[in-house]
Design a protein around this ligand. Structure first.
Ligand code: SF4
Length: 355
């Protein structure tokens, strides 16, 4: 397994200079920071062997794809909730072979209805002839994870790089946008950056999601520390300086909120992956917003507005899955009640709010 976390040869003066330039370019091209939500539909993946992935820990527990799925009502409830909070759908996602194409077409159409725009898909490799059927999709995300070819073979043994590249090429042929996901801190080298820049150019990538490693229990990475914030900054600022209009999303877990300000200064324009139910409206959500405002950015959407949660209302009559309305409403109520319960658990101290 990899024995480094990519922290080689960092030149801090150079990074700070790059961040300063990236910040100006980002502010020129992006008026606000978006909150992004990836909606996962299943815990089943027929590969289930990517070394960092939570689903690799579930592989032996779920043999029937259908048993690993979330209910439609829970998927749509989540989508309605985030639309009301003005978050973007980062992408619709599931493990490989968890759904039939027909089902994915229907769910994608419903997502388009909810978010009132076409969506991004990240559901594994799709052949061009299948992709063509997805009228509700504006772009596909290739889960590349790491660009380093040798490392990739070890980290994602079943997910062939070439298949993802073919999907991205097919998407471009069909006039769709292309995106990729990259995880940092899994053993890549800083020198891989050149390969990444070439890949972005070659596949006309318009969206990249940079995740730091989130070490899941029972994976080989469970005791890995993940990358430093400066290391992430360095890469993000390189991306921003090279591609001023590239959509750069980043984010991680509740223990890394403090990295946000610097990552935004470095060139990120969207935040993702932060756990909604653990953070919304409490001190964690407030801290996230504070990080955004502290670097002079406007936020699209909210991580704190409890009034929006309390007063959620929906008209599900025109929704294509309207027969699920009672179950969707029930699920939304359970999300609301989870959020509200956390308010008493995490006390807030006004005296600190000006800091
Ligand atoms: S293909 Fe995706 S869902 Fe499946 S194990 Fe790999 S990262 Fe996880």
């Amino acid at each position: 397994m990899p024995n480094n976390i990519g922290l080689d040869n960092i030149n801090f003066d150079k990074i700070i200079d790059k961040i300063s330039k990236s910040n100006k370019i980002t502010q020129r091209n992006f008026k606000e920071v978006s909150l992004e939500r990836a909606i996962f539909m299943s815990w089943y993946c027929s590969y289930g062997d990517c070394k960092f992935c939570f689903m690799s820990t579930q592989k032996d527990r779920i043999s029937d794809p259908k048993r690993g799925r979330r209910t439609y009502s829970s998927i749509f409830a989540e989508a309605f909730l985030f639309k009301k909070l003005d978050w973007n759908l980062e992408f619709l996602s599931s493990g490989r072979d968890a759904f039939e194409t027909e089902e994915l077409l229907k769910i994608s159409k419903a997502m388009e209805e909810i978010f009132e725009e076409k969506i991004w898909l990240n559901i594994g490799v799709l052949r061009k002839r299948d992709l063509e059927l997805f009228n509700s999709v504006k772009g596909v995300v290739g889960a590349i994870e790491t660009i380093n070819p040798e490392l990739r073979k070890k980290i994602c043994p079943s997910k062939a790089h070439e298949n993802i590249e073919n999907m991205l090429s097919g998407a471009l042929d069909l006039g769709l946008k292309t995106g990729i996901t990259i995880i940092l801190g899994i053993g890549e080298r800083k020198s891989d950056t050149e390969l990444l820049l070439d890949f972005i150019e070659e596949h006309d990538i318009s969206r990249i999601v940079i995740y730091p490693l989130n070490p899941h229990e029972k994976t080989v990475f469970e005791d890995y520390p993940g990358p430093s914030t400066f290391y992430m900054s360095d890469l993000i600022s390189t991306l921003r300086l090279t591609y001023p209009k590239l959509d750069i999303l980043t984010g991680t877990w509740i223990d890394n909120i403090s990295s946000i300000g610097l990552l935004l200064l470095s060139g990120a324009n969207g935040l993702t992956k932060f756990p909604f139910l653990k953070m919304f409206g409490n001190r964690y959500g407030k801290r996230l917003e504070k990080e955004v405002f502290s670097v002079n950015r406007k936020l699209k959407g909210s991580f704190t507005d409890l009034e929006r949660i309390k007063n959620l209302s929906y008209d599900l009559k025109v929704f294509s899955f309207h027969e699920l309305a009672p179950a969707i409403k029930q699920k939304i109520e359970s999300y609301k009640s989870s959020v509200m319960k956390k308010q008493s658990k995490y006390r807030d101290y006004d005296i600190w709010q000006s800091a």
